[in-house]
Design a protein around this ligand. Structure first.
Ligand code: C2E
Ligand code: MG
Ligand code: MG
Ligand code: MG
Length: 286
């Protein structure tokens, strides 16, 4: 009886693993089609100067609504894209789409709209694609200068092959782009890279920021990251800024930028443009 029970359990684990693999494969197939059929779009979330509240840039975030109308979350489909290698065409699309949108905003504003756009680069994309020419091609195609872009990398990109990544980062800097370290504090890399690599901005992960007002440990980590960044001459962006009190505290601690639901959720490109136009009108009136 005991043996039979174990046998059934093994079978059910195998069935579960099989179901999971099949779901992944189904998503991979659907995602491949989504990239070809242009089911993907970018949402744009403002990043603000914490001291003044002025919008300085927008982070481009991938969105996928399938033909059945289901909205898939990046936390579900980005890992599938990374495992399957689809992150390479997805990432190329995101870079080009971000540049196309920024160009559109510029035209609507009758010149430079004054915003930068931040694009996420996956570690897998940096491993498998020749990223510098991809970025350069998007800049040329949409007649934009490199200083209009922030490229967000994660610590996992650095861990795999630090020397190669250093070369790539210098190449991206040579295009005029700003480099940000995303989700800082959640990776496993050694800190020596901070001093060696051309990083301009540290983005402090939301897991430390949200709830820090009620948690001594979190606020201690945020303070430590801010002083590290200041010592190394880097600017900082706090993710997950959801309240005014949090924004004020972060500004008082010397954090440069904030991103979060306090300012806005990720927006459709046309709504982001409305926000840019409204901010420009307000500042030219004063
Ligand atoms: P991320 O780069 O750290 O982006 C910030 C995430 O935090 C976004 O989630 C954003 O919607 C969310 N967020 C912003 N403010 C708040 C807040 O105040 N509260 C809360 N609870 N959440 C907030 P999203 O859009 O679901 O994206 C998740 C992750 O997927 C991104 O994290 C990024 O790692 C990845 N991702 C999204 N688009 C792309 C892409 O085009 N390429 C690559 N490689 N990764 C992408
Ligand atoms: Mg990001
Ligand atoms: Mg982030
Ligand atoms: Mg994050």
């Amino acid at each position: 009886v005991k043996g039979a029970k174990t046998g059934r359990q093994v079978e059910s684990y195998q069935t579960q693993a099989f179901t999971l693999a099949r779901e992944r494969f189904a998503m991979e197939t659907a995602l491949r089609r989504a990239i070809d059929d242009r089911q993907l779009r970018l949402a744009f979330q403002p990043i603000c100067d914490l001291a003044t509240g002025a919008i300085v840039s927008f982070e481009a975030l991938a969105r996928w609504r399938d033909p059945q109308g289901v909205e898939h979350q990046p936390s579900d489909f980005i890992p599938v894209a990374e495992e399957s290698g689809l992150i390479v065409p997805l990432g190329r699309w995101a870079m080009d789409e971000a540049a196309r949108t920024l160009r559109w905003w510029d035209e609507e504003c009758g010149g430079n709209c004054g915003m930068r756009v931040a694009v996420n680069l996956s570690a897998i994309q940096l491993q498998r694609d020749d990223i510098t020419p991809v970025v350069e091609a998007a800049l040329i195609r949409h007649a934009l200068s490199g200083d209009r872009f922030v490229l967000e990398l994660t610590e996992s990109a650095i861990v795999t092959d630090p020397d190669r990544i250093a070369g790539i980062m210098h190449g991206l800097k040579a295009l005029g782009t700003t480099l940000a370290m995303d989700d800082f504090g959640t990776g496993y890399s050694n800190l020596a890279y901070l001093q060696k690599l051309p990083i301009d901005i540290l983005k402090i992960d939301r897991s430390f920021v949200s709830g820090m007002l009620a948690d001594r440990d979190k606020i201690a980590i945020v303070r430590a990251v801010l002083s590290l960044a200041q010592a190394l001459g880097m600017r900082t962006t706090a993710e997950g800024v959801e309240s005014n009190e949090l924004a004020q505290t972060l500004a008082a601690l010397g954090c440069t930028f904030g991103q979060g639901y306090l300012y806005a959720r990720p927006l459709e490109a046309s709504d982001a443009l409305r926000m840019i136009v409204a901010a420009r009108t307000a500042s030219s009136a004063s």
